[in-house]
Design a protein around this ligand. Structure first.
Ligand code: ZN
Length: 273
């Protein structure tokens, strides 16, 4: 009896060691594989539906043959005034993403004096936000005719009236940009509904390029969310933006630049959990 117990214990330890070594080998073999042997994905996204995006960002993307994702805040008059241009951008292959109808953010957080009292996420309910986010998808469908889409939570805030509203809208989207961070640490562990994103206001072209190089070294993904490009708020210069695009276009063998919806469909289908 005693001997049997001892043998069982040894067998248990050996099995554990074997399992550990197999898991380790699997980890090494399971580095995330991007299409065509590319080393990283780069998502170029632009929030809030701004004039400078139509004036500068989209022409630059088109010039270099790259696709971006434009998160429209649908109440912004620039959507109404330049609807034909947003529609043309979608036809060119850019994604029109959901950034809500009214861009509600929590007014109680530091630096949120700019949030209108009637746009205070703290005063909204989960149900109200869910209705509005779904309505925004319907409006986007009427602009581009597409059903698959991604979301960026305004201000990356998660709670409406103190309760998580992201969980209530997840099922409407392929993926959601929700956390702050430049480069995804591990594709297999990435939650498609809490993707980290960088807000590179005032960055130089070289600083932007350094971020994508870090993603290539890690074999993961760099997510940019720009606002103004050569104008508007939180802006980068036209030159810095173009420097990044030129670098990405010259290194298409390394970087997969595409709409966030296309990239995240691929990621979800290829993640090894
Ligand atoms: Zn925004």
């Amino acid at each position: 009896m005693k001997i049997n117990k001892k043998h069982a214990l040894i067998r248990f330890i050996v099995a554990g060691l074997l399992l550990a070594s197999t898991t380790y080998a699997d980890d090494a073999a399971q580095a995330f594989k991007w299409p065509k042997g590319q080393k990283a994905a780069v998502s170029l996204a632009y929030d809030d539906a701004l004039n400078s995006q139509l004036d500068h960002a989209i022409p630059a993307l088109n010039k270099f043959g790259l696709r971006g994702t434009f998160y429209l805040q649908l109440f912004n008059p620039v959507v109404d005034q330049r609807l034909a241009e947003w529609r043309a951008a979608a036809k060119k292959g850019h994604e029109l993403g959901n950034h809500t109808l009214f861009h509600q953010c929590s007014k109680s957080k530091p630096g949120r004096d700019w949030v209108g009292v009637h746009r205070d996420l703290d005063k909204m309910s989960v149900e109200q936000m869910k209705d509005q986010v779904i309505m925004a998808n319907t409006m986007l469908y009427s602009i581009d005719g597409k059903r698959d889409r991604t979301f960026t939570a305004p201000c990356l805030d998660k709670e409406a009236g103190g309760k998580n509203y992201i969980d209530a809208v997840k099922s409407e989207f392929v993926a959601i940009k929700l956390e702050s961070g430049n480069v995804v640490p591990d594709m297999n562990k990435l939650d498609p509904y809490a993707v980290p994103v960088a807000f590179p206001a005032d960055a130089t072209g070289q600083q932007l390029i350094d971020i994508v190089k870090e993603a290539a070294a890690k074999g993961t993904m760099a997510n940019f969310t720009f606002h103004g490009v050569g104008g508007d708020h939180l802006s980068v210069t036209v030159e810095a933006h173009e420097e990044l695009l030129k670098y990405l276009a010259a290194n298409k063998n390394i970087y997969w630049v595409d709409t966030f919806v296309n990239q995240m469909k691929y990621v979800k289908a290829n993640q090894k959990k």
